[in-house]
Design a protein around this ligand. Structure first.
Ligand SMILES: Nc1nc2c(ncn2[C@@H]2O[C@H](COP(=O)(O)OP(=O)(O)O)[C@@H](O)[C@H]2O)c(=O)[nH]1
Ligand SMILES: [Mg+2]
Length: 437
């Protein structure tokens, strides 16, 4: 059983983290929240994949994760979380407020430079402890927003340092040039104008993407505009972050269920096929009670609810994970349908996709009308238009040097970094465009 470590950064990353661990606790039947005492068996529930057993107390498990935010909000959040007593280790909830009165103020530069001195040593030490406690560490996963100051700056700094301090052997399924680092995946909320809290979000996101891109294998992308629409389509009238975070948690849970409940390698390790094209779009199809045998691929995908602002494109690599009442026959049927009817990029010769139906007992959020759900992680050219728009927003400000001094002056970031990050995003867009055929 491979062990996972989660790092939750910034307000957004921590909120998602709390929601996610509540879901994990139910799926793995964590003793402190299990309704069925008969199920409290470590090997049945695969607890060791996510939790460290307490040395001091019986039946107490600690989530293998770290929360980091620059305001004391995080302490309140994790303490208020219903199962926090046994779930979260107090020493893994870190806020610079304990070290100095400092806030990232939605500024990449500030978020980046918070990660220094005593506090930075402490964060790295906590991560090192989690790694050392693993028998066979699978991967480190991160949740954060690309637009926030902590989510962009502090996350970039941590990812950069961890990638350079911890070396892992090279694993590359497709023989392509894939970065190999201890952090396999970031689950990243990309900025959208409707939900932006700061004018700096396009700068923060583009600069952070530059750091993350180099040091992480896959970037699983979401945006709040698409998530809000996805909630509405799933029966929620006026969605808020809480509900949007439920969708993200469901998705992360499904993407990691192969490693948590099966013997397969993690989706996060197998999806990207190119170093420059590693931003994955997420969507789901809620089949409810419709029989899959009656549906064509076109029907299935016409019910596709996207968690990204992405339009049509060609698939470079895809993973479909099924949660619900699906059998092996369903996976082979879907596989046949994909072979004949789905538009894959010519570049990848044979269609690269994998389908799985390994997973925990389903725990769907109460307010959602879910039953049989297919989660689709798609490395697709459809992300291009979103990225082009992000680059346009960046260029619009940068051409006038608007607000640059906030990140450079107040945040202490070198201005060369703006240009390098911009060029990296342009290369990524070019790479995705080359897959169009
Ligand atoms: N989906 C989701 N997005 C959030 C949440 N909180 C903040 N955001 C988004 O994250 C961005 C702001 O980043 P935030 O995480 O608050 O800042 P940070 O603490 O400095 O990293 C904005 O684009 C918000 O729309 C949340 O709980 N869920
Ligand atoms: Mg914050």
């Amino acid at each position: 059983m491979k062990e996972l470590i989660f790092l939750h950064f910034g307000n957004c990353g921590c909120e998602i983290g709390i929601d996610l661990w509540n879901l994990f606790a139910k799926e793995h039947k964590l003793p402190s929240c299990s309704l069925d005492p008969g199920q409290q068996n470590n090997s049945i529930n695969n607890l060791s994949c996510l939790y460290d057993e307490s040395i001091r107390m019986e039946n107490v498990y600690h989530a293998r994760c770290l929360f980091f935010d620059t305001d004391s909000q995080i302490q309140r959040l994790t303490k208020a979380s219903s199962r926090s007593q046994s779930q979260f280790k107090e020493e893994n909830i870190v806020s610079p407020i304990d070290y100095a009165d400092y806030d990232a103020s939605s500024n990449f530069g500030k978020g980046y430079h918070i990660m220094s001195g005593e506090m930075w040593d402490y964060v790295k030490e906590r991560v090192r402890k989690m790694v050392e406690n693993c028998d066979s560490m699978g991967t480190v996963l991160v949740t954060h927003s690309l637009g926030g100051g902590t989510g962009s700056g502090s996350t970039s700094s941590l990812i950069y340092d961890l990638a350079h301090e911890f070396q892992l052997p090279m694993v590359s399924k497709y023989g392509h040039d894939i970065v190999d680092t201890m952090i396999k995946s970031c689950f990243s909320i990309f900025p959208t104008e409707t939900y932006s809290t700061s004018i700096l979000e396009p700068y923060n996101a583009v600069i952070a993407l530059h750091y993350i891109h180099d040091n992480v294998q896959s970037i699983f992308s979401y945006d709040n505009y698409a998530l809000s629409n996805a909630c509405v389509e799933s029966g929620i009238k006026n969605p808020n972050f809480k509900e949007m975070n439920h969708l993200i948690s469901q998705n992360i849970s499904t993407l990691t269920s192969q490693i948590r409940f099966g013997s397969l390698r993690d989706v996060c390790e197998t999806l990207p096929i190119s170093y420059n094209a590693n931003i994955i779009c997420n969507s789901f199809v809620n089949l409810q009670d419709t029989s899959m045998t009656e549906l064509s691929i076109k029907d299935i995908f016409s019910r596709n609810t996207s968690m990204n602002m992405a339009n049509n494109g060609v698939t470079i690599a895809m993973n479909i994970a099924m949660r619900g009442d699906f059998s092996k026959n369903h996976t082979s049927l879907l596989s046949e349908k994909l072979k004949t009817d789905w538009k894959f990029s010519n570049e990848t010769e044979k269609a690269q996709y994998q389908i799985s139906n390994k997973g925990p007992e389903n725990v769907y959020p109460e307010s959602f009308n879910f039953s049989n759900v297919m989660h689709i992680a798609n490395n697709t050219t459809s992300i291009t238009s979103y990225l082009e728009n992000l680059l346009k927003q960046f260029d619009l400000m940068y051409s006038k040097r608007a607000f640059v001094h906030w990140i450079v002056g107040d945040g202490g970031f070198e201005e060369d970094g703006f240009y390098e990050a911009r060029e990296q995003l342009a290369t990524t867009i070019e790479c995705y465009s080359s897959f169009h055929n």
